[in-house]
Design a binder for this molecule. Structure first.
Ligand SMILES: Nc1ncnc2c1ncn2[C@@H]1O[C@H](COP(=O)(O)OP(=O)(O)OP(=O)(O)O)[C@@H](O)[C@H]1O
Ligand SMILES: O=P(O)(O)OC[C@@]1(O)O[C@H](CO)[C@@H](O)[C@@H]1O
Length: 313
């Protein structure tokens, strides 16, 4: 079983329009509402591909009830909170350009944070294969929440994969103890405080993160694929070219693919980019199923040259 924890889940509302023109009245072609939040999406992708998963998340208010309904039969532990769950808005254009408006989310009280951690600890005792801790932190949450979660998991002998950004990423990655981190290139650059342009830049940055006491780093590069970096080795992989429809959740599906896969790290990386590419071809926050995955079309390179420029991949 793969357990996910999403402290700041969302109702994802997607509007599809031909072109985003500032200051104009635009007619929406289609709109969709789906369950969202990074860990929730990892669980949805795993479930869609027949893997055992449970999602732990706080829910509150009318949007919390809507999120609960959207989650359907996904195995979940929902922790009640007073403030309302957020709604995030995505605008996708005909060429696949994706613009996201993410709300900061509800303010969790200290007691609600403790309830979330207690619910998570109970699930950790079911001996999951991984805990995925993902997404931004809601208001009022101390930035060390993910470091606390990592300590809870370590006490139960469960390895943790982390996907977050900004201050929560800085605090957690700096404390160490994560078996896997999944930043995208911008998040990794912000974490290290320097621009990353070449494969060598990205690998150097990822190794620095590993040296803080973390395991592997899976750096997703959008359309340019992904790099998997450990202490000694590096692999680059790229999925099939797709016509992008919405990039929302591509990173979550990549992480789900990596964790769902068996075998050596490079095979897991191939699954990751195949799941990510498949997600991009689907609308809104829709996650791919087995028929959408084109793993046989993935290109894999072991120890790619440091001088390769990511933008040219
Ligand atoms: N335009 C694209 N074409 C093909 N594959 C893509 C494209 N964008 C993303 N992918 C695939 O999805 C993976 C994850 O994408 P990305 O790096 O954008 O994640 P992310 O920024 O974490 O996304 P999100 O936060 O929206 O989940 C990439 O490694 C790649 O395999
Ligand atoms: O605001 P955060 O927590 O960083 O990201 C939230 C979010 O953009 O991430 C998912 C896609 O990865 C969406 O389902 C959701 O709306």
């Amino acid at each position: 079983m793969i357990l996910t924890c999403t402290p700041n889940p969302s109702v994802d509302h997607t509007l599809e329009i031909p072109e985003l023109l500032q200051g104009e009245i635009l007619r929406v072609q289609t709109s969709r509402t789906e369950a969202g939040g990074k860990g929730v999406n990892v669980s949805r992708a795993l479930r869609r591909n027949g893997r055992d998963t449970t999602a732990v998340l706080p829910v509150g208010g009318a949007q919390g009830a809507e999120l609960t309904a959207l989650l359907g039969d996904l195995p979940c532990v929902r922790v009640p909170i007073t403030d309302a769950t957020r709604t995030n808005v995505t605008v996708t254009e005909a060429d696949g350009t994706t613009t996201k408006l993410n709300s900061s989310g509800p303010a969790l009280t200290p007691a609600e944070i403790e309830d979330l951690l207690a619910a998570l600890d109970a699930e950790l005792q079911r001996d999951p294969r991984w805990l995925v801790a993902s997404g931004s932190l809601p208001g009022g949450t101390p930035p060390d929440l993910y470091a606390r979660i990592a300590r809870l998991a370590a006490a139960r002998g469960v390895q943790v994969a982390l996907d977050t950004s900004g201050k929560p990423l800085e605090t957690a990655a700096g404390a160490g103890g994560f078996a896997l981190l999944k930043p995208n290139m911008e998040e990794l650059a912000a974490l290290l405080g320097r621009p990353l342009e070449t494969v060598g830049d990205v690998v150097g940055a990822a190794r620095e993160v590993v040296s803080w006491g973390n395991g592997l780093v899976l750096v997703t590069l959008g359309a340019h694929g992904a790099l998997l970096v450990d202490r000694e080795r590096t692999w680059w992989a790229q999925g099939p070219a797709v016509v992008p429809r919405s990039t929302v959740g591509a990173g979550d599906c990549s992480l789900a693919g990596y964790l769902a896969a068996e075998g050596p790290p490079e095979e897991r990386l191939c699954q990751a980019v195949a799941w990510g590419a498949a997600a991009v071809a689907l609308p809104g926050t829709t996650v791919p199923g087995p028929a959408d995955l084109r793993v046989e079309e993935v290109r894999l390179v072991a120890d790619p040259p440091a001088e390769w420029r990511v933008a040219d991949l």
